[in-house]
Design a protein around this ligand. Structure first.
Ligand code: GLY
Length: 355
C-alpha cells in the first residue's frame, strides 16, 4: 500500500533519505513516491472506483481518479486532489488565499481518514502552512494522536519540512479590510460604500471521498473556515466524524457549509451510519440534513422553519455508489469512471430560505 508506513519503516526510510539529501533535495515525507502496480482489470474490481467532492473540486476529482487508476492509495489520491484547491490563491475558502479570521490571520483546518488502516488525522487553527490536508495526513501516519491544533500543529509541520509562508493574499486582505470597515458604523474605520458591502460571510471548504477498485475508501476535508471568525474558532472540517468520516466496511461521507450546525449532529459519522443501515448515499445525506434541520435553533430558521444557512453532505459507499444533498438545489463534483463532472445534489427545499 502506498503512503502508510509504520514508525519503524519511516525511521529507516528517513535515515536513507538523510544520506540521499546530500546529493539532492531535503527529504520530505510528502514527496510523491513511485506508484504500486496498476489495479486489476475491471472484470476483477471489487468496487466501481469513484471520487466525489464539493463543487469546487472538479480538478480534485479528476486528479484523484487518475491516481486511483494508476494504483494509488485512496488517501494519497484524495489529498493530492484537494491540494489543488489549497494551493490555488483564487479559491478564497481553502488553504493559501483563504479568507482570514477577524484579526486578519488565515487559520486553516483539515482532517482525513484512511479506511484500510482505520487511522485518522487532523489539524485545527493551523497558521502559515499552505496545505493543512498534508499535515493532517502526517498526524495520521506518524503519530499516536489524531488532532493537533494551533502553534503545536505548526511546529509539527515545520519539523517535517513544511515551509512557513504568508497565506494572506492581496485579494483576501482587501476583503477582510472591507469587512472590518463595515463592522460598526461608530468605530474609527470609515465605512466602505454601500455597493461594496459584503452581506454574506462565506464558508467555503472542500471535501473529497474516494473508493478504489479494490473497495478501499478514504476521505479528507480542508478549509480556511468561516471568514472573519473569532480567532481560534474551528468548524466541522477538522473534526473526525463531523467534517468527514470513513469506515472501510461501509463508506465515507463529508460536508461543506456551516460547520457549527454539522458538529451538533456529527454529520460525517451519522451519514455513514445511515448507509450502514442500508441507505444509499444520497438518501443517507438527505437524512442527515433532516437531523440538522431538527436540531437548528430558532434564530437560524426562517418563518417556515427552514434553516437559513448552507450545508451539504457528500457520500460514497463500499460498492462505489455515490451521492450528495443540500437544503436547496446545489451542485457537487464527481468522477465515476466516465469523466469529471458537476452533478445536481438532492435537496430538501425547492428554494432558499429568506435570510
Ligand atoms: N465547514 C467549514 C467550516 O464551518 O469551517
Amino acid at each position: 500500500m502506498l503512503g502508510i508506513q509504520s514508525r519503524r519503516e519511516f525511521l529507516a526510510s528517513t535515515a536513507v533519505g538523510i544520506a540521499a539529501a546530500a546529493a539532492r533535495d531535503i527529504p520530505h515525507p510528502m514527496r510523491p513516491r513511485p506508484l504500486p502496480p496498476p489495479p486489476p482489470p475491471p472484470s476483477r474490481w471489487a468496487a466501481k472506483p469513484v471520487v466525489v467532492s464539493s463543487a469546487n473540486g472538479l480538478r480534485a476529482v479528476q486528479r484523484a481518479f487518475d491516481l486511483l487508476m494508476q494504483g494509488a492509495d485512496s488517501l494519497d489520491a484524495v489529498i493530492e486532489g484537494v491540494k489543488i484547491q489549497e494551493l490555488d490563491p483564487n479559491d478564497d475558502s481553502v488553504g493559501y488565499g483563504g479568507l482570514p479570521n477577524a484579526d486578519g490571520v488565515v487559520q486553516l483546518d483539515a482532517s482525513c481518514m484512511h479506511g484500510p488502516t482505520k487511522r485518522a488525522g487532523a489539524v485545527g487553527a493551523l497558521e502559515g502552512i499552505k496545505t493543512p490536508s498534508e499535515v493532517a495526513k502526517l498526524v495520521l501516519k506518524y503519530t499516536n494522536h489524531i488532532f493537533l491544533v494551533g502553534e503545536g500543529a505548526k511546529r509539527f509541520a515545520l519539523q517535517y519540512g513544511f515551509k512557513e509562508e504568508d497565506l494572506l493574499t492581496e485579494h483576501a486582505r482587501e476583503v477582510w479590510l472591507r469587512w472590518r470597515a463595515n463592522l460598526n458604523p461608530d468605530d474609527d474605520y470609515l465605512d466602505v460604500p454601500e455597493g461594496e458591502h459584503m452581506s454574506v460571510r462565506p464558508t467555503g471548504t472542500i471535501n473529497c471521498d474516494a473508493v478504489t477498485p479494490q473497495g478501499d475508501i478514504s476521505s479528507v476535508t480542508t478549509t480556511s473556515g468561516l471568514a472573519f471568525k473569532i480567532p481560534g474558532r474551528v468548524g466541522d472540517s477538522p473534526i473526525i466524524g463531523a467534517g468527514e468520516y470513513t469506515d472501510n466496511e461501509i463508506g465515507a461521507a463529508g460536508s461543506t457549509g456551516r460547520g457549527e450546525s454539522n458538529i451538533k449532529v456529527c454529520g460525517g459519522f451519522l451519514t455513514v451510519e445511515h448507509m450502514r443501515r442500508g441507505m444509499k448515499p444520497t438518501d443517507a445525506c438527505l437524512e442527515t440534513l433532516k437531523r440538522v434541520a431538527k436540531l437548528t435553533e430558532p434564530r437560524l430558521l426562517d418563518e417556515r422553519g427552514r434553516p437559513k444557512f448552507d450545508l451539504k453532505f457528500y457520500a460514497v459507499n463500499k460498492r462505489g455508489e455515490f451521492g450528495a444533498a443540500s437544503f436547496v438545489p446545489g451542485r457537487f463534483a464527481v468522477h465515476d469512471g466516465t469523466a469529471a463532472k458537476l452533478m445536481d445534489t438532492a435537496y430538501l427545499y425547492e428554494r432558499a430560505a429568506s435570510r
